[in-house]
Design a protein around this ligand. Structure first.
Ligand code: PLP
Length: 416
């Protein structure tokens, strides 16, 4: 990454116009940018989609069966069995689990609950874009503390930013393993940041692929929230199921004013409490449970997640295949002279490019039916993020990259 500016980005004023919303990828947008006529391009089914970090092995085969056999789609779902199953999987109590419509919804809920319009979240770019988007949608500011050139967190700068905000910074969003870099944040660094007077939301969307979970820190930190999802490791991105894990006790005496604000906010007292039938949740999770829509997770996602958790062996073996494939792909990418793949603990690889921009590679591969992710942030112009696909998809990708690089490995000059 180009060295970040030593000065922190100025907070984005809540009066700034909302930046146009764009999804992480858009096949339509991508196609319309191409010179080839629409009708000549491959159908989505023949595209190799390595741009959104999905799981190329898909879900457990039990998911389709469970979805077909579920008899109660006509009724609102009851989340208690899933909360219990997720709690067993994550190693916490059911009261510590809050379900959401993808991790995306959890990010929005956290901001709506703890950050008032005009107050701020803290992010460490390059990072997942939805923190900033949801902050702006909710009329909140974004205090950006760029990561260092090697993508490590600048703890001193984060601390200075939080302190200078005079209580206005309410949530620090961290991602481990990181998107787009794939590197895990050391637990000691997270411990250090948890001492700051704000909520620390650690997004563990990719934790099943590597890195150390922050869940063991929950008993000692009532300002920690862990965000997770079934989208990646479980191959359920299309069904939208995320969750948060929070502290197991009320946040009494917690220094963050956000909690006091939430507890005393008149508006929140109107929120329905749905604790009948479900175990009452303490602290942060209790408040999240109160503000989420009563049926924010659909029954199909719930059924699919239950089937996944009953077939962990298959899903975890797919995760192992994917991480093995990641290492194989990284070695092959490293053999290309113009690509430097960074180490990754996630299901994608961030690559630094020589003499090319990320957009060159994105459009070169798109013309060959392969989608990867480039970045609009100028400090990331020379990077491209490539999801790990199935072995045969990765072979097609490597062949395309060799073509793009003008390298015809294994061929003599006369054969080219
Ligand atoms: C870091 C991070 N957090 C959250 C999400 C959103 O996940 P979900 O599909 O559960 O909404 C993504 C998706 O790519 C992500 O990369």
């Amino acid at each position: 990454m180009a060295a970040p500016s030593p000065t922190l980005d100025a907070a984005t004023s809540s009066a700034d116009p909302l930046p146009p919303y764009s999804t992480p990828y858009s096949l339509g947008r991508l196609w319309s940018a191409l010179p080839t006529p629409y009708s000549l391009l491959p159908t989505p089914a023949s595209l190799i989609r390595l741009d959104a970090n999905e799981n190329p092995f898909g879900p457990s085969p039990r998911v389709a069966r469970a979805l077909a056999e579920y008899p109660d789609y006509g009724f609102y779902p009851d989340y208690l069995p899933l909360r219990q199953a997720v709690a067993r999987y994550a190693g916490v109590a059911p009261v510590q689990v809050i379900l959401s419509n993808g991790a995306d919804e959890m990010i929005d809920l956290l901001i709506r609950l703890f950050v008032e319009p005009g107050q701020a979240i803290v992010t460490c770019p390059p990072t997942f874009s939805m923190y900033g988007i949801f902050a702006r949608v909710n009329r909140c500011q974004v205090l950006s503390v760029p990561r260092r050139g090697d993508f490590s967190l600048d703890v001193a700068a984060i601390t200075a930013t939080v302190e200078a905000s005079d209580g206005n910074a309410r949530i620090l969003f961290l991602v481990s393993p990181g998107n787009p870099d794939g590197q895990a944040i050391p637990l000691n660094t997270i411990r250090e940041l948890l001492a700051l007077p704000l909520i620390v939301a650690v997004d563990e969307t990719y934790i099943e692929f590597g890195g150390e979970t922050t869940v063991p820190l929950l008993p000692d930190h009532d300002n920690l929230i862990v965000i997770r999802t079934f989208s990646k490791w479980a191959g359920l991105a299309g069904l939208r199921l995320g969750y948060a894990l929070g502290p197991d006790r009320p946040s009494v005496g917690f220094r963050c004013r956000a909690i006091g604000m939430a507890a005393s906010d008149g508006a929140l007292s109107f929120c329905h409490s749905r604790e009948s039938g479900n175990p009452p949740s303490p602290g942060l999770t209790g408040w999240l449970e109160r503000i989420r829509a009563p049926y924010n997770v659909n029954a199909a996602a719930m059924v699919a997640a239950m089937a996944t958790l009953e077939d962990l062996e298959t899903v975890q073996s797919n995760v192992s295949r994917l991480t093995a494939e990641r290492e194989r792909l990284r070695e092959s990418l490293a053999a290309l002279t113009w690509i430097e793949p960074l180490p990754s603990q996630a299901n994608f690889i961030l690559c630094r490019l020589k003499d090319r921009t990320g957009q060159d590679v994105v459009s070169g591969l798109a013309k060959r039916g392969i989608l990867v992710r480039g970045f609009s942030d100028p400090t990331m112009a020379e990077y491209v993020r490539i999801g790990v696909g199935r072995p045969e998809q990765n072979e097609t990708l490597l062949t395309a990259l060799r073509e793009l690089g003008g390298e015809y490995v294994g061929q003599t000059t006369s054969e080219r």
